[in-house]
Write a protein that binds this ligand. Sequence first.
Ligand SMILES: [Zn+2]
Ligand SMILES: [Zn+2]
Length: 394
Amino acid sequence: MKPTDKKDESVRKTLKQMSWKEIAGEINWVSAIFLVITPLLAVILLPLYIYESGWSWGLSAFLFTLYSISNLSITVCYHRYFSHRSYDVPTWVQFLFLLVGSMAFQGSALRWSTDHRRHHRVVDTDEDPYTINKGFFHAHLGWMLFKDRHPDVDVFPRDLEKNRWVFLQDKYYVLIATFMGFIVPGFLGMAFGFGFWPGMLIGGLTRIVLSQHSTFLINSAAHTFGNQPYTDKNSARDSFTMSVLTFGEGYHNYHHFFQVDYRNGIRWYQWDPTKWVIRTMAWIGMAKRLKRVSADEILKARLAMEEKRLVAKGASIERVRALRERISAAQARWKSIQAEFAKYKTDRQTAMSDAWNKVLLEKRAELELARIEMNNALTAWKIYVKTWQRATAA
Ligand SMILES: [Zn+2]
Ligand SMILES: [Zn+2]
């Protein structure tokens, strides 16, 4: 599609300056009605159902399972695959992604990913579709209540537009989403003995509302609460609580800095079920070429951010630089010894001779010393950072 040439003047007016008729013209009625009606229906119908028929562990498991699949279909498929291409999958998996992704009722992958790429490109500006600078409510939900008047709203990235399955999902989105989001949970409800309508109410309606707001938190809360270990140039934050609520998307500061990484929680213990699902998919052969940023790059970014904070607080720039250089030097030395050690270990010509054994031992000791020096350099840095943090917090 071609970009719209003219910008709609009415978007430049604030709501207060518009007449009721103008406001009505700005509302995205389909999206607005859906986003208002579904939670209302859920809070009325669900208590009525529980009052009439009771609740069971089976229903909790049913809701939680579909809720998890729904959320992961957005984080694994729409976000980390279609928006960021942080790993590769074959066509049949893409087809599956598009089918399952429809159940969350968050729009087609084409539009979701186009918006999301724009969010990253122009984060926190007026061009950002869900900019936090227009307030928490706007970022969470408000942006979907009004028509997007951005001149490039119908200009889609080439890689997505030329994908036949992405195009078809967008074209028949309402049909596919209704089927996957309501009818399938209804049938699943029947299959598990709860009945078709309870299946639709719990696995469909209630699950959609919960799952939507979990995703919306990434645009609102993950740009409001938490810390900024990698950059303070945008509003994205890292937060464990948000990660629990959003299936791993809460390490949002990291994600905005290294958007290509298939992980958001980089440490093995950081709560990122999305990363675990992608890794499992790779393990069983469904995904490949998982992109990850090297540990060195990550450390560099973190240290640069800490340095910026230290200097802003008044720490000596010479001291900060010296401590950082100590880390870089120790890292470089450890790497070169590691390479030498690996090469020497596989030196088959002299392998196992007495001389070879002695040199190998020497190299092993050197490697260990280099590792200790690297840890010490990092510890020295941490102590220095903490001292300043404590001093300025007091
Ligand atoms: Zn993203
Ligand atoms: Zn963001």
